[in-house]
Design a protein around this ligand. Structure first.
Ligand SMILES: *Cc1c(COP(=O)(O)O)cnc(C)c1O
Length: 387
């Protein structure tokens, strides 16, 4: 391909690198797509995906609630003017101090997935609403979360009974199919499993009304057609609820993180070094696994393009290894990446970088965390052509 990245921010030589360019209009449009795909769904943005205050403000402004995991996340939610009613906590492990703070702030409900946690919540937040995290199938997710959290059917029933015995208000169930889940059937299977537990709790005198289908909604359909869209997933979710839950949950909750912010972000980097090692060509960038690209270390395949310049002429494709700037040998972003020939000083752009980029970044070895550059509110990232 002989294309050119024409976007002014990305190709402007004055744009510092590394930079995380975030398009606020794109975030709002992703929010609207979610709402349209699942009209019955109540969106609680999982703010760990990108907790930049301006990003969270835009999402809350679009009508979202927030899913939080820690006291600093609670503080930011409250600072942005959100009431406790519009906040939930799906972190299965919470410190006593955090539980108390949530109780004082009137956080709507929090998750439990063990007897210890249920007792802890009953002690530090008496009478609060709780929901139980189920362990569900995570195969087909780029970043599975299975194993660390969640309980099986019998344990779920036990925890719901226990919560009531301890004076809590058990309201429902949640699950997480894994991040960047490419298998929409996982939501269907998890809804089906939830509905079976749900029915059994009715027989035990509970009145659940809250079903939280978690996050995991994938990004990237615009460059990889096999990645399911939110519209596809929404249609399957809606159908599964209709089919398996004759009494639809009064609160159907979604907790997208990546799905709301991922496609709104571009990570702009500069190639600062190049080496031939054996048969491999190595490109060293000013961003790596420590300062922005941590997810690639977890196996997330980066989608990367060269910022083109029409005057560069033809660039033959090459297989390269991409690495970060630090002296740590694990700072390797990806191997066997096909790119047009790249020179020192060229810029590379990572697509769909709006989630889990700066949130994971550190200043290790003295290298900068990407500078956040906001565009939008009318001035969105223009249509860009890629080499
Ligand atoms: C991380 C997380 C999310 C968001 O996940 P994404 O894959 O970014 O959508 C939602 N809910 C919980 C409980 C999480 O831990």
């Amino acid at each position: 391909m002989n294309n050119v990245l024409s976007d002014s921010v990305v190709s402007d030589p004055l744009t510092p690198t590394p930079a995380l360019v975030i398009d606020f209009d794109q975030i709002v449009s992703a929010y609207n797509r979610f709402q349209h795909a699942m009209p019955e769904g109540l969106i609680y943005y999982a703010m760990k995906a990108n907790a930049n205050p301006e990003v969270v403000r835009v999402i809350v402004g679009a009508g979202s609630g927030l899913e939080i995991a820690s006291a600093p996340e609670l503080d930011l939610a409250l600072r942005l003017g959100l009431s406790g009613e519009r906040i939930i906590c799906s972190n299965p492990i919470k410190s006593p101090a955090f539980i108390k703070r949530m109780h004082e702030a009137g956080v709507y409900a929090m998750v439990v997935d063990s007897t210890y946690e249920t007792e802890k919540v009953a002690h530090h937040a008496p009478g609060s609403r709780v929901y139980v995290r189920l362990a569900v199938d995570n195969t087909g997710s780029v970043l599975p979360l299975a194993g660390k959290f969640g309980v099986d059917r019998d344990q779920a029933l036990h925890l719901i009974d226990l919560a009531r015995e301890l004076g809590l208000r058990p309201i429902g169930l949640t699950f997480h199919v894994g991040s960047q889940c490419l298998a929409p059937q996982n939501w269907v299977n998890a809804i089906k499993a939830s509905s079976e537990i749900w029915r059994k709790t009715h027989g035990r005198g509970h009145d659940l009304y809250f079903l939280d289908i978690g996050g995991g909604f994938p990004v990237g359909h615009h460059h990889t057609a096999s990645i399911p869209t939110i519209e596809t997933i929404g249609a399957l979710v809606n159908q599964a609820i209709e089919e398996h839950m004759p009494e639809a949950p009064a609160m159907l909750v979604l907790e997208p993180g990546r799905g709301l912010v991922g496609e709104a972000g571009l990570l702009v980097t500069e190639v600062i070094g190049k080496a031939s090692r054996g048969t491999d060509t190595w490109l060293y960038l000013d961003a790596g696994v420590f300062n922005g690209l941590m997810e690639t270390y977890e196996g997330f395949p980066p989608v990367v393009r060269v910022v083109g310049n029409a005057s560069n002429g033809h660039r033959p494709p090459n297989l390269v290894t991409l690495a970060g700037p630090t002296c740590d040998s694990c700072d390797v972003i990806a191997r066997h990446v096909m790119l047009p020939e790249v020179h020192i000083g060229d810029r590379l752009v990572f697509l769909d970088a709006g989630a889990y980029t700066n949130e994971y970044a550190s200043n290790f070895n003295g290298f900068s965390i990407p500078e956040l550059i906001a565009v939008g509110h009318g001035a969105s990232i223009p249509q860009i052509e890629l080499v």
